[in-house]
Design a protein around this ligand. Structure first.
Ligand SMILES: Nc1nc2c(ncn2[C@@H]2O[C@H](COP(=O)(O)OP(=O)(O)OP(=O)(O)O)[C@@H](O)[C@H]2O)c(=O)[nH]1
Ligand SMILES: [Mg+2]
Length: 287
């Protein structure tokens, strides 16, 4: 079930600076003309605070303890936003909690799926839902408070100068809190591994706290995205990078989940490692 409430149309204005190829694609995607002679550089779309219609997508599996307070904090931090919770039939009743909140607040939407189909496909379903509506920016955000709602506003502002804003633990000012050393090591290794295999300039390759400008999501071919699990985060960054989009990292502090159960496992990490190699072989040669 998906409740729907269409936000008012957004207005876009043009400025200079992103990559030429990306600009052309964005221009095609949004129906704007790029300058034929290229004088002044390619256009970048800038969204002012008042004209932004952001959507925050939150995938959930057994997050009933977190989702209520999180939705409240998200909408307090970004009152102009809508939120879409994509729930995979959580046995703990997460969807029912969201449904109750959605009946009181038209900014809250719920997309229910039939079973645990994975983080990647949850986001893809959310992206498609967003693109069928009039949102100007689309956030990815975890439900367990590892992603601080207070970072939403700075990330939205950073999207004025980027196509994809990545909430990053590994740039100045960012970090992790109360992480066990195996988790720190896995995250660091995963980042180094994927960054070097894919040749990407991004410090936090596995971050799942992101803000996409709408046009960036329109440029990436969502039908081609193959990672269903945690490698999805890496694949989306890689595809955005290959498409010539401008990825920018803003610092976030990332505490471990305080409540609820982790879905991370050795099998998930293993799948992600293999998927990075597959992505390099499949997409890297097209560069
Ligand atoms: N819809 C959906 N959401 C999922 C699925 N797997 C994980 N999630 C959600 O994705 C987000 C990230 O998952 P987490 O379990 O926090 O992953 P993590 O941060 O790597 O690990 P922990 O914080 O240790 O649990 C959370 O909001 C989860 O509820 C899934 O299969 N389907
Ligand atoms: Mg988490």
């Amino acid at each position: 079930m998906a409740r729907s409430h269409l936000p008012v149309p957004s207005s876009l204005r043009i400025d200079d600076s992103a990559g030429r190829a990306a600009a052309q694609r964005l221009s095609d995607a949004e129906g704007h003309a790029t300058s034929a002679d290229g004088v002044g550089g390619p256009p970048e779309l800038i969204m002012t605070r008042s004209s932004a219609n952001p959507l925050v997508i939150i995938p959930t599996y057994d997050e009933v303890e977190n989702i209520g307070p999180l939705l409240e904090q998200v909408l307090e931090a970004l009152p102009e936003a809508h939120v879409l919770v994509v729930d995979d039939a959580s046995p703990d009743g997460t969807a029912a909690r969201v449904d109750t909140m959605a009946s009181r607040d038209p900014r809250i939407h719920l997309l229910e799926r039939s079973g645990k189909l994975g983080l990647g496909t949850a986001y893809l379903a959310g992206f498609r839902w967003a693109l069928q509506r009039d949102y100007s920016h689309v956030f990815e955000m975890d439900a367990d408070f590892s992603h601080d709602p207070a970072s939403l506003r700075p990330m939205l502002e950073a999207a004025a100068h980027a196509d994809v804003v990545i909430g990053s633990r590994y740039v100045d000012g960012g970090g992790t809190v109360d992480w066990s050393w195996p988790r720190r090591a896995l995250s660091r290794f995963g980042g180094l591994y994927s960054r070097s295999i894919l040749g990407m300039p991004v410090r936090d390759m596995t971050s799942g706290f992101k803000c996409y400008r709408r046009a960036a999501l329109e440029v990436v071919d969502l039908d081609e995205v193959s990672s269903t699990g945690y490698a999805f985060q890496i694949e989306m960054k890689y595809r955005a990078h290959l498409a010539g989009l401008r990825l920018v990292e803003t610092p976030i502090t990332f505490p471990d989940r305080a409540r609820g159960t982790s879905k991370m496992s050795a099998a998930i990490a293993h799948e992600a490692m293999l998927q990075v190699v597959r992505l390099r072989l499949r997409l890297g040669s097209a560069r």
